[in-house]
Design a protein around this ligand. Structure first.
Ligand code: ATP
Ligand code: MG
Length: 384
């Protein structure tokens, strides 16, 4: 009898020839998550088993796998030969010492001599005979005993399972370029899109020396957490100091954020195209702050030439975003105080509903192309 972790994945969505591709990517991502920890990953149809691990590393393994998208459930249990005595011995190990229980059997091997009802009845009966402190409650059991008879002559037996991260394996849905600030929202936006199977690279804009070095470190820390879900990330760090100085010098200061956003979007798209990323992702949420009105989005969106811009948080309340950032572990870093470049040269009365003709009139005062090229030359690349 071998202790194993049974991984079930969301297979419903997998169709035809895509299936092999998804499963391979999924296995690669699990391997990557478990790097440095002793284990073996074995495939069963519709399941994966983690085997040959050290018992004192179970918590580490489970914690890491909980961040792997595509996992539906995780269960710690036993793999035994498909033999009723052996199944029973494992069932005894996962059954409670007292209270109510129910046995539920899934039988993939249809040639097994007993059907699933019969297996459940027999194992349940034996558990009852063996322990007078147990009783069966099929409607509202205090504990479950799951028996999963596989095609290959083995059975998985487990007592409970925990929910995995869900979603699709990262790497199965292309790559996106996330605009990441040091705030709460953008890491959550990246997490949501990674959950749909997209790899994430990040771009961060800073205006050193107006913003300090800690601000940059903070964003790298956020990207590190995101990378645990996104199976790694490449971060591009770009200095926009000169762009802001030029806007400050030459344009109506109330348009600082509006104009800067347009530069960010243009630079992000160029980086994305170079980096083979297929979309831009932002943490904008409709109406959350003055710059995120639909007029503000229209202004920043209109400089994008080729790629779609995903704004997964658009329909969320701030509370919902905060809750998610706590769940994924970015919240505590995000709330550390920092200066974002958007707060440098911040006008007293930023335009909240910019009119396109006014935006263009202000922008005409700048050498846009030259400023973009100059900013792009400042790029620092951090592999995480
Ligand atoms: P966040 O919590 O992500 O900072 P926010 O609510 O503070 O969002 P804004 O500061 O208006 O909103 O930023 C909106 C979005 O613009 C961010 O979610 C992010 O995608 C992008 N963004 C803002 N500042 C930067 C930056 N310095 N570098 C990269 N992207 C940025
Ligand atoms: Mg912000």
């Amino acid at each position: 009898m071998e202790k194993v972790i049974i991984i079930r994945y969301c297979e419903l969505h997998l169709k035809g020839k895509n299936r092999g591709f998804f499963e391979r990517q999924f296995a690669i991502n699990m391997e990557r998550a478990l790097k440095g920890v002793k284990h073996e990953i074995r495939r069963q149809s519709g399941r994966y088993l983690i085997e040959s691990f050290d018992e004192d590393e179970v918590d580490t393994i489970v914690a890491r796998l909980k961040r792997v998208f595509g996992i539906h459930t995780l269960a710690l249990g036993y793999k035994v030969e498909s033999d009723m005595d052996k199944i029973y011995r494992a069932a005894k190990l996962v059954s409670p010492e007292s209270g109510t229980f129910k046995v539920e059997t899934h039988r993939a091997n249809k040639s097994f001599p007993l059907n699933s009802m019969q297996i459940s009845a027999e194992i349940g009966g034996r558990l009852l005979d063996d322990n007078k402190n147990l009783s069966v409650d099929v409607h509202n059991p205090g504990h479950m005993v799951y028996i999963d008879v596989r095609e290959n002559g083995t059975a998985n037996v487990f007592g409970s399972f925990i929910k995995g991260a869900g979603g699709m394996p990262v790497g199965s849905a292309g790559k996106g370029m996330l605009l990441i600030s040091g705030g709460i929202d953008s890491p959550v936006a990246g997490h949501m899109i990674a959950k749909r199977g997209m790899s994430i690279d990040c771009v961060h804009f800073h205006s050193y020396p107006y913003t300090n070095m800690q601000a940059k470190e903070k964003v790298i820390d956020l990207a590190k957490i995101l990378s645990q879900y996104a199976c790694g990330t490449t971060m591009f760090i770009i200095k926009v100091t000169h762009i802001q100085e030029e806007i400050h010098k030459k344009c109506n200061g109330d348009y600082m954020v509006t104009l800067l956003r347009r530069f960010m979007m243009r630079i992000a798209e160029r980086l994305a195209l170079k980096d083979n990323a297929q979309c831009i992702i932002t943490g904008e949420s409709l109406g959350q702050v003055a710059s995120q009105t639909i007029e503000g989005m229209t202004s920043s969106n209109s400089v994008i030439e080729k790629l779609p811009v995903l704004r997964p948080l658009c329909g969320f309340d701030k509370n919902e975003i905060i809750e998610r950032s706590k769940e994924i572990g970015t919240y505590d870093i995000s709330i550390q105080p920092y200066e974002d470049c958007c707060t440098v040269f911040l006008p007293k009365h930023p335009v909240t509903k910019p009119k396109m003709e006014d935006v263009l009139k202000e922008e005409e005062k700048l050498n846009v192309e030259e400023l973009i090229e100059e900013a792009m030359r400042t790029v620092e690349v951090v592999k995480i």
